[in-house]
Design a protein around this ligand. Sequence first.
Ligand SMILES: [Zn+2]
Length: 236
Amino acid sequence: MTDERLRKTVYSKLVAALALALMLALVSLIDPGAMPAGKLGGSRAPGVVIDPGHGGYDGGAQWGDVLEKDINLDISLQLRDILLAGGYRVALTRYGDYSLVEQAQTKKREDMIRRLAIIEDKAPDFIIVIHCNSMTSTRWSGGQTFSQHESEQGLELAKAIQHYFREFTATKRFASTLDHFLLRESNITGCLVEAGFLSNASDRELLQRPDYQRRIAAAVWLGIERYVRQRKEIEP
Ligand SMILES: [Zn+2]
């Protein structure tokens, strides 16, 4: 194990231990399914809606029997626990392996519209959309964050999260931008997390491991914290 890898492992273990301690202290007080009503902003803890990509009939990217929808949900649930432990208000667009539409024929768009309705109902400060990548070439690897084109705050958030991806994982990627239905239509600061590539053997093995999923989740959490801190410096 190189010094670099050792450092990442130590960071990861520290973050996981901290998150777990916080979670154990707080979890009995919180209903994990609900985002308590209240005014956003000010000194209140931020509200976050997490969108685990795909679900139900829509498995997302697939490699053998590894389905993207399952990994997206696992990472999202780990992120939920960490954020709740940190005092955030959290909701998910789905909590299990289901689509938000009953049948495949009702199309992806309707599923996305229902996810958007959940986000608009919760009116969070942030949205985190969780996916995994897949390519025909197996050489691409590493986690990457994306913000909506022209969203300056979204890009700031994506960069803050990417900073911790680079700190805690082997990724050499940088934050980038794209056009994404939920980020665009909700107009809420957020980013899409592509946690890694199912088409890459090493990523695929890591992405199925709970400790690696927790590392990704912890990086997202610390990225949000970093973003909030940076905003406070600009607008105290
Ligand atoms: Zn996906």
